[in-house]
Write a protein that binds this ligand. Structure first.
Ligand SMILES: Nc1ncnc2c1ncn2[C@@H]1O[C@H](COP(=O)(O)OP(=O)(O)O)[C@@H](O)[C@H]1O
Ligand SMILES: [Mg+2]
Length: 362
């Protein structure tokens, strides 16, 4: 059902002589140098793969090239150079008719301001994508009803869009995208216009839905917290280029450069990090089990703090076979809660205590 998506060395240049501009970019020119000639390098050499069922987030400031990148992924914009492979099929090589077919059946989009048709009911709005595909009325109404229910809008089918709040209208947009069964969902700042609480609610809903649906999702946002909540992997864009691709943890703990690091300062680390990122792994491989409370590598940072408060020494982290894979001294927790990156300063005393406690109980 879900699709694999690959971008290979994608470029998009707006303005005169775009091919020449791509050559200059390949030789190392940047966006600013091209701008002097009135040419905009919107996307520069973007490559990535989104595996089936993954949520891939593209994060960057306004103007960094996110929407342009997304429009190349669904074939709305022709790349100046590079390829988009959709389940191995080169989108850039399809005829206009084939491309329309792929777009209407296999890809659905949710925008920031979802334009609902004011004179159609919520149900008809949710069924619109299916109508375009030529699905008969009875079937499309059934599928749209299901999709609305998934998005928490059961009972609103007969309402008119203007009877719904902004958050609910956005849910109709999501339902429309889900009703079509498309394996690839492209979301451009879909939650950015919503109030913070509703936005969070929509993020939770998407996470829940995704557990069941396992679609391939490309989600665009300028908000790193949103990126980290939703993304299995995150690409950070700057001035048209992808400057880092990684998990939330990679970006938080191992930022590729100062630019990425500057974004992570406002991130609530306790919501992203797990024991695996925080623990001291020097003890890997020791067989041990202590009698007191322990953690696993995927224990959340918040739970780890709670355990640490109850345990008189560093917390032992055990894998599925109850083997010691690391320890977390309390000091280390505090270090990571600040903006500590990479290896924290060693703190042997508490670690030795943990080892002793772990070993004596083994
Ligand atoms: N059709 C276009 N013609 C010329 N320049 C464009 C066009 N679309 C986007 N751009 C420029 O490309 C850059 C990237 O834009 P965009 O992809 O919309 O960024 P984002 O979605 O990250 O805000 C911006 O400098 C923008 O002005
Ligand atoms: Mg945009």
């Amino acid at each position: 059902m879900s699709s694999r998506l690959q971008a290979e060395h994608l470029y998009k240049v707006f303005g005169r002589r775009p091919d020449e501009a791509v050559d200059r970019l390949r030789q190392g020119a940047d966006r600013e140098e091209l701008r002097a000639d009135g040419t905009t390098a919107a996307v520069i050499d973007a490559s990535f793969t989104v595996e089936p069922g993954q949520t891939f987030v593209v994060m960057g400031l306004s103007g960094s090239g996110k929407s342009t990148l997304l429009r190349m992924l669904n074939g709305l914009l022709d790349p100046t150079a590079g390829q988009v492979l959709f389940d191995g099929q080169d989108l850039t090589a399809l005829s206009a008719r084939e491309l329309r077919e792929v777009r209407s059946r296999k890809i659905s989009m949710v925008f920031q301001h979802f334009a609902l048709f004011p004179h159609r009911s919520v149900l008809e709005n949710a069924a619109y994508g299916l109508e375009v595909q030529g699905v008969p009325r009875a079937e499309r109404e059934l599928r749209a009803t299901d999709a609305l229910a998934m998005c928490g809008l059961a009972g609103w089918e007969k309402s008119w869009p203007d009877e719904l709040s902004g958050g609910m209208q956005q849910r109709v947009g999501l339902a429309r995208a889900l009703a079509t069964d498309a394996g690839l969902l492209l979301m451009d700042e879909s939650f950015s216009a919503l109030d913070p609480l509703i936005r969070r609610d929509m993020q939770d809903q998407l996470i829940e839905l995704q557990k069941k649906l396992k679609k391939t999702i490309v989600f665009i946002t300028h908000d790193l917290n949103e990126a980290m909540r939703l993304g299995d992997r995150i690409a950070v864009m700057r001035d048209g280029s992808i400057v880092q691709i990684g998990t939330a943890e990679d970006i938080l703990v191992r930022p590729a450069n100062d630019y990425v690091a500057s974004f992570t300062r406002d991130v609530d680390r306790s919501r992203v990090l797990t024991a695996d990122a925080v623990m001291d792994k020097d003890l890997r491989g020791d067989e041990a089990d202590c009698g007191c409370e322990t953690a696993t590598p995927d224990t959340s940072f918040v739970d780890l703090c709670a355990i640490s408060a109850r345990v008189p020494h560093a917390v032992a982290v055990l894998d599925g076979k109850r083997r010691l894979v690391g320890v977390v001294p309390r000091q280390r927790l505090i270090g990571f809660l600040g903006d500590q990156q990479g290896e924290p300063t060693p703190c042997d005393a508490p670690r030795d205590k943990a080892v002793k406690a772990v070993k004596s109980d083994a």
